[in-house]
Design a protein around this ligand. Structure first.
Ligand SMILES: Cc1cc2nc3c(=O)[nH]c(=O)nc-3n(C[C@H](O)[C@H](O)[C@H](O)COP(=O)(O)OP(=O)(O)OC[C@H]3O[C@@H](n4cnc5c(N)ncnc54)[C@H](O)[C@@H]3O)c2cc1C
Length: 440
């Protein structure tokens, strides 16, 4: 198919599908001169931190360098599930058995915490408990899933079960996968409406949000901080940094430890409900185990497939990403060959080298960062933890303060050039090796 027929006539490559459902309020007032706690970043992490601190009695303000919400929090796939990226064994090796146990347990609890937050704040974000299925690309991946399912059952109250290959057809109609693992409590939401609901909860509390208004410099004084912005200075006793994959200078220490990995998504043109029902009868959130990291779902109105993945580890043109993702989608469902795309967009996920989020404090700056692609639950949950920790409250305790923000010799903290090498390595080695393994 030629490039001309890749997109629908009214497609606007680069603009997220989700943005069609929201508008962006004007928030251009300067920040207040003095607060108890200043939150830097107005995505899920920052907004949740602001709500938690305000409700604990603090005078709070929020800044964002861009339009509040136009970071990852309105660009993501809207898949709701907190399970740790690492196996229990990998966590135990790095942090000890007790911390691994607590991370498993707390991840399960975080999901319910976020569901309560959505209900309590009355956030209309098309939330549905759809369940999520992880699809095994190779037999080895399927064996690893079986071990993980056993560990999840042993270490948490999370409901998780294995599906053999012949059981998969009630979930997804494709010969691609060797089996799967279902997390029935996981869900789906509309990410931009979710962000909007959190922002409304902040504004309802009369918490000032200034955007665009970047924190250009933070100076630690005795007992407080001075934050320079283009719209004036703020004095704050406490500061919470909530910039994740969009962290820039002056936060160089964090840039060296949390790096931006682009993730790309497409939306198909509207499809017939019959076709969607035939190819994805389970209506779950779907993720693959292969290194392409494809993740896909049906749009909240049931009309389209939203399909994401690792089109590249570096920024590439939207049309190139769109072609790559559509080809991957058509490998899974050849019947979609010829389907045009209404949207393609990307955003930056904030990865830590340990692939785990971290809540902590450095030089008086509290932070929650490094969700490594899994933030619809963990970002608001850990944003609240960071805020409570900054206020010295024991409800800020979390096992995610025992994970670490490490650095590596090959990343100096400016642009993550090592991802260019990673991109080639994945394309020419990992993907090929996995494709060979999948044929066995
Ligand atoms: C394409 C994509 C798909 C994803 N899919 C999923 C998914 O399906 N499920 C899931 O759980 N997670 C997913 N994620 C991850 C999830 O979106 C993120 O983990 C989450 O949104 C992080 O929220 P945040 O508030 O920490 O960061 P962001 O929402 O990225 O917000 C950070 C904010 O900080 C601001 N900022 C930066 N520097 C400054 C400064 N100096 N001063 C003031 N403000 C500043 C930025 O402007 C930005 O608005 C996905 C991410 C992407 C990009």
């Amino acid at each position: 198919m030629g490039a001309g027929s890749l997109f629908t006539d009214d497609a606007n490559p680069g603009a997220p599908y989700w943005w069609e459902a929201v508008d962006w309020p004007t928030l251009d007032a300067p920040p207040p001169g003095k607060v108890d706690l200043l939150v830097i970043g107005a995505g899920y992490t920052g907004l949740s931190a602001a709500i938690a601190a305000h409700d604990a009695g603090a005078k709070v303000a929020v800044l964002d360098a861009g339009i509040a919400g136009q970071g990852a929090s309105s660009r993501n796939g809207g898949m709701v599930g907190p399970h740790p990226k690492l196996s229990w064994e990998a966590l135990a090796k790095d942090f000890g058995d007790d911390t691994a146990d607590e991370i498993f347990k707390e991840s399960g609890e975080a999901l319910f915490w976020v569901r309560d937050l959505i209900a309590h704040e009355g956030i209309d974000c098309d939330f549905q408990t759809t369940g999520r299925i992880q699809l095994a690309y190779t037999s080895n991946h399927f064996e690893a899933q079986k071990a993980l399912a056993a560990k999840v059952g042993e270490k948490s109250a999370v409901d998780c079960r294995i599906l053999e290959k012949d059981e998969l057809k009630s979930e997804i109609v494709t010969p691609m996968y060797k089996g799967g693992m279902v997390f029935s409590e996981h869900g789906a939401l509309h990410p931009a409406k979710y962000h909007r609901g959190l922002l409304e909860a902040v504004l309802r509390r009369s918490i000032p949000v200034s955007a665009p208004c970047a924190a250009e410099d933070v100076t630690r004084l005795s007992g407080s901080h001075r934050i320079r912005t283009p719209k004036g200075e703020v004095r704050a006793d406490k500061v919470v940094l909530a910039t994740n994959g969009y962290t820039t200078r002056p936060f160089s220490w964090f840039m060296a430890r949390v790096f931006p990995v682009p993730s790309f998504l497409i939306a198909t043109e509207p499809l017939s409900p019959n076709l969607i029902g035939e190819i994805a009868p389970g209506c779950r959130m779907m993720v693959e185990t292969r290194a392409r990291r494809s993740y896909f779902r049906i749009s909240p109105d049931g009309s389209r497939i939203i399909f994401g993945g690792r089109a590249a580890l570096v920024d590439i043109a939207p049309a190139r990403a769109a072609r790559w993702l559509r080809d991957t989608m058509c490998q899974i469902w050849p019947t979609l060959e010829g389907t045009r795309l209404s949207h393609v967009w990307s955003g930056y996920t904030g990865f830590s080298f340990g692939q785990m989020p971290v809540v902590g404090e450095r030089n008086g700056l509290h932070y929650a960062l490094g969700y490594s692609g899994s933030g619809t639950v963990m970002a608001p949950y850990l944003g609240a933890k960071a805020a409570w920790q900054s206020l010295g409250l024991s409800k800020g305790d979390t096992a995610f303060s025992r994970t670490r923000l490490d650095r590596r010799w090959y990343h100096r903290g400016s642009a993550p050039h090592f991802l260019k090498a990673g991109d080639l390595w994945y394309r020419h080695w990992v993907d090929r090796r996995e494709n060979l393994a999948a044929r066995r």
